[in-house]
Design a protein around this ligand. Sequence first.
Ligand code: CMC
Length: 428
Amino acid sequence: MPRIEIENKVLSCPVIVGTENEKAIDISNLRAQTGYITLDDSLANTGSCKSSITYIDGDKGVLRYRGYPIEQLAEKSSFTETAYLIIYGKLPNESEYQNFSNLLTEQQILHEGFRHHFEGFPNNAHPMAMLSAMINAMGCYQSDLYDERSGETSNFDKSAAQLISQVRTIAAAAYKMSIGQPMVYPYPNKRYAENFLHMMFSLPNQPYEVDPLVLHALTLFLILHVDHEQNCSTSTVRLVASSGANLHASCSAGVCALWGRLHGGANQAVVEMLTKIKNADYTVKDFIEKVKNKEGGAKLMGFGHRVYKNYDPRAKILQNAAYKLLKTLGKGDELLEVAHELSEFALQDDYFIERKLYPNVDFYSGIILQAIGIPLNMFTVMFAIGRMPGWIAHWKEITENTKQRIYRPRQIYVGETHRNYIPLEERL
Ligand code: CMC
């Protein structure tokens, strides 16, 4: 057993070994026995939990949901099936799949009260702000779903289906409101991604014709975003859930965490970056120099990852899908060319090689979304739609753990030491 020796006190730390032979030392008794805590700013080297949902080997570029390689799921599964797998831990049999799919259909219509919520937002409200507010509000309309911890699993099943189904309805409705068009109601018989495109792009008396390749690319996008273990938004969901907060509140917090440019907001930032280069604001070479010199904090968006020190397997799949889609649609390939040039340049540059910076999932996903016709400010919302089943799976895992304690990290205080209050009139 590894031992930590501090000021003549010795602590033996049990070794925890995962099913893929990942190793950790358990330091949970460190403070009680030595008075020390560990300090790991931004938790880069801290395992915050044991989880059986997703496995990543960042050095080898491996990603598996519940043991299944992402490449196989991307090629053969559907979003609904992958959502079931991630939440319930197994691939569904036919009747389980049908029941789950029916539940998603039953839950897809928003309560009419949501119209008032939408009307309360300014026209230029960011859809991520609307999404997080609406997800939290959803819980208020379903008091029977509010406390999923009541022990009745049907509540959880219904809540989970409602979130997966309605996140898509809310996203499309927010878009329609923002462009001054009436909301489009979902069809009961269309598949998940197809129904989303219908709600986004159908007009009164003019149903949207879905191109199968567009549908395939969107489904792929959603499957690839379903889960990614302890990323910022998922850790947020787990942290909030650990306090006993309900599923809606926890997932709403996940949306807020996803919004930032270093996380889900990167897909929008990538397309903005590529567009600037395309519009000749600067050349690829100049931009890379800016990044290397960290000019104004410039980063090559869509590159780098806390866990992957190799190609993100999702980026490879989306890169191929982007080429196929754009070739067939015959549009947007200028952006893809810039992306190609930029990544070729970066992958041969010592700055990126030394730091093991490779394209991540966001490098190509925005190009696909743009080709589908999704507006730029909705890109991160698309990430949230895909990630919803993952957040739900993590909420379920943490809630079912009877030994779960509230997340409550410690800190090293570096502020002022004790000082006495001085009345205002005596202050200099
Ligand atoms: N462009 C330029 N330099 C970078 C980049 C980048 N994209 N990413 C990391 N670096 C540098 C960083 O400046 C640091 O350099 P130095 O050693 O000189 O200080 C070094 O590489 C190590 O990076 P880090 O910031 O310590 O890495 P991190 O693990 O804290 O951050 C990251 C991971 C994804 C936030 C970061 O790579 C990044 O900001 N990438 C761009 C934003 C992006 O694409 N985000 C999407 C991530 S994938 C989808 C998701 O899960 O959200």
